[in-house]
Design a protein around this ligand. Sequence first.
Ligand SMILES: Cc1cc2nc3c(=O)[nH]c(=O)nc-3n(C[C@H](O)[C@H](O)[C@H](O)COP(=O)(O)O)c2cc1C
Length: 163
Amino acid sequence: MEAIKALKSRRSKRKFLPKRVPRKVIKDIIDCGRLAPSAVNIQPVEFIAVTKKKIRKKIAEMTDRGRFIAKAPVCIAVFSRQTKHYLEDGCAASENILLAAHAHGLGACWVAGDKKSYAVKVRQLLGVPRHFKLITLIPLGYSEEDPQPAKRKLKDVLHWEKY
Ligand SMILES: Cc1cc2nc3c(=O)[nH]c(=O)nc-3n(C[C@H](O)[C@H](O)[C@H](O)COP(=O)(O)O)c2cc1C
């Protein structure tokens, strides 16, 4: 998919078909996450692709607004080592993952990780060392959901030269 089209047509999708996502596709999506910009090029971000239903269910139950993780064939957990810009780096990688998933014809949704009370529990469940912080959980899969277009218009947010 062309880059601008992918950027403009991405929406959060929370309903998934029970169809397996090929490992090659998952790897390519995470490769796009890895290639995100990183402050001072430290690249502190690492990824866990969770495909096992039992683990996805456990993660889903820990969250407040991510119960649909249980029904996605894959959940990518994005972690970042605790550097000065761990959050920015983790968010850049997460956005790349959302866009890459969309470009591969998959639906995905950003589920909050950083600042959430369940972040430590998810980290422990996945056996991640304590110097990493959970940034996002990204369930993804094939989806027939057709969400509403975004509400805000360009004219509402763009200011030329001054506010
Ligand atoms: C920091 C952040 C945290 C989010 N957390 C959740 C979440 O926990 N659960 C969820 O369903 N969506 C979550 N979202 C997705 C937003 O609800 C979604 O991006 C927003 O409604 C705009 O819709 P769109 O992505 O379709 O444009 C989060 C998005 C961001 C940026």
